[in-house]
Write a protein that binds this ligand. Structure first.
Ligand code: AMP
Length: 235
C-alpha cells in the first residue's frame, strides 16, 4: 500500500532534515465526524489559498457519478463504515498530484486509519505536515450531525437547532427541498463514532508521538476553531 502512495503521490518533496521556504504546506485536520473540520477548511481554503481536499466529498462525487469507486464506496458509506484503505489512498494520491496541490493542501477526513497515515507519511518525502486535532465529545457529535439538513440542489447545509432554514424543509438560498444525508441518520452516526474510536483515534497517537499534533477545543464553536487553526497555519 505504501508503494502505491509513493508512486502516486510523488509530487511533494523536501530532503530529510532540510527546511525550505518553498516547502509545500500540508495541513491535516483530524477530529470526529461533526467536529467542524469541513467548516474550518471551507473558510481556510480561501484565506490561505490552498485547496481543500475532503475525502468524504471526493467519495460522494464518485457515488453521484456512479463510478466503479463510487459503487464500491457507497456500500460502506451508507453503513457508517470506512471505505477500504487501498481505494481511499489511491483516490487521494490521484488528487494530490493535480497541479493545484503543488504548494500544499488542506486535508479533511484523511488519514482515518494508521495504514492511511503511514502510507501518506511515506509519500511526503520528509515534508512535515501540520496536524490539528479538533476535539469534541461524542454527545456533541450526535447533536450536531443528526440535526443536519442539506439542500439537494445547491448543497447548502442547515441545522434543525443551530441554523434552521426560514421555512421548514426548504432551502433559504434556492428554495429547493432539504433532506438528511443518508450517512447523517442517528444509527449511522453512532456507527461512525464507534469506527472513529476504534480506527481513527490511534492516528492521533501516531502524530503525537512525532510531536506533530496540535489540539483545539472544538466545542468552543466554529469561530474559535477557525482563529486557532489560522494562527497555527500562519505560525
Ligand atoms: P465524511 O464526509 O468525512 O464524514 O465522510 C463520509 C464517509 O466517507 C465516511 O463515513 C466513510 O465511509 C467515507 N470516508 C471518508 N473519508 C474516508 C477515509 N479517509 N477512509 C475511509 N473512508 C472514508
Amino acid at each position: 500500500m505504501a508503494l502505491i502512495v509513493m508512486v502516486c503521490c510523488g509530487s511533494l518533496n523536501a530532503e530529510e532534515g532540510v527546511t525550505d521556504a518553498t516547502e509545500p504546506k500540508v495541513v491535516i485536520l483530524l477530529g470526529a465526524p461533526g467536529s467542524g473540520k469541513g467548516t474550518a477548511a471551507t473558510r481556510l481554503t480561501k484565506d490561505v489559498s490552498l485547496p481543500h481536499l475532503s475525502t468524504g466529498d471526493l467519495l460522494r462525487e464518485n457515488v453521484k457519478k456512479g463510478t466503479p469507486l463510487g459503487i464500491r464506496a457507497k456500500e460502506y458509506m451508507d453503513k457508517g463504515l470506512l471505505v477500504p484503505d487501498d481505494l481511499v489512498i489511491a483516490m487521494l494520491c490521484d488528487r494530490v498530484t493535480q497541479p493545484d496541490c503543488a504548494k500544499g493542501y488542506l486535508l479533511d477526513g484523511f488519514p482515518r486509519t494508521i495504514a492511511q497515515a503511514a502510507a501518506f507519511q511515506e509519500s511526503l518525502n520528509g515534508v512535515k505536515p501540520l496536524v490539528i486535532d479538533l476535539k469534541v465529545s461524542d454527545q456533541v457529535v450526535v447533536d450536531r450531525i443528526s440535526g443536519r439538513m442539506v439542500c439537494e440542489k445547491c448543497g447548502h447545509i442547515f441545522h434543525k437547532t443551530f441554523s434552521p432554514p426560514k421555512v421548514e424543509g426548504m432551502c433559504d438560498v434556492c428554495q429547493s427541498a432539504l433532506k438528511q444525508r443518508k450517512d447523517d441518520s442517528a444509527d449511522v452516526v453512532s456507527e461512525c463514532l464507534r469506527v472513529y474510536h476504534a480506527q481513527t483515534k490511534p492516528v492521533e497517537e501516531f502524530y503525537a508521538e512525532q510531536g506533530l499534533l496540535h489540539e483545539v477545543d472544538a466545542e468552543r464553536g466554529a469561530e474559535h476553531v477557525y482563529q486557532t487553526v489560522m494562527s497555527l497555519v500562519n505560525a
